[in-house]
Write a protein that binds this ligand. Structure first.
Ligand SMILES: [Zn+2]
Length: 205
């Protein structure tokens, strides 16, 4: 009698998870760097120099993008370097991806997948699964890959893991990878602020 294994072992669930996690984190980075208007209780203005802000954030996160940004200016010291045009278009992508983190309907995400020509296909040798069309430029490729990752999270019933910080005056988004999907805040400073204001509210009553 042949030994059978579960179908998910054949697909290599952990590889899919790492794909999803990686690109969902890029979506988080784009939204937080380029789209939110309040962070940790303070208003934020979109960076005047999007290109510099994005390059800095991407380097800080150790993100290695594919396809590589084009063209890299001469003398660029390591790390990905985006053009100003890439950065402007990625700000539009951030606006398209943001609703996926606010629990709204998925129309905007579906539209973005179409607009950026997301399509599953194999790239390179050995073949690697990706969701941007062959020959896509960087903003389209990132939008397609990150958008598909968010769609996968939502599509397997884990959309609640794409969240916005619950603290007052903070719109930062995050991908909740806690076991019970129980994370509520972007970080410690918001958690502490929210705790303090809940305490004050209790004392008033
Ligand atoms: Zn926050």
């Amino acid at each position: 009698m042949p030994v059978t294994i579960e179908a998910w072992r054949i697909t290599g669930q952990s590889q899919i998870d790492s794909y999803v996690g990686r690109w969902a984190e890029l979506a988080v980075l784009l939204v937080n760097e380029l789209h939110v208007t309040q962070a940790r209780g303070r208003p934020v203005t979109p960076p005047a120099d999007r290109r510099a802000a994005l390059n800095q954030a991407i380097t800080a996160h150790g993100w290695t993008p594919t396809p590589a940004p084009t063209p890299a200016p001469a003398g660029a010291a390591g790390g990905p370097v985006l053009s100003g045009d890439d950065a402007d278009r990625l700000a539009e992508v951030a606006a398209e991806l943001h609703p996926a983190f606010t629990g709204g309907d998925v129309t905007a995400l579906n539209r973005a997948l179409v607009r950026h020509a997301a399509v599953p296909n194999l790239h390179g040798d050995p073949p690697v699964l990706a969701f941007h069309a062959p020959g896509a430029d960087l903003p389209d490729a990132w939008a397609a890959d990150a958008g598909t990752a968010l769609a996968m999270v939502i599509g397997v019933g884990q959309g609640r893991r794409l969240r916005s910080c619950e603290a007052e005056g903070c719109e930062l988004v995050f991908f909740d990878v806690t076991r019970n999907a129980s994370r509520r805040f972007c970080g410690l400073s918001c958690q502490n602020r929210a705790k303090a204001s809940a305490y004050r509210a209790r004392r008033r009553t």
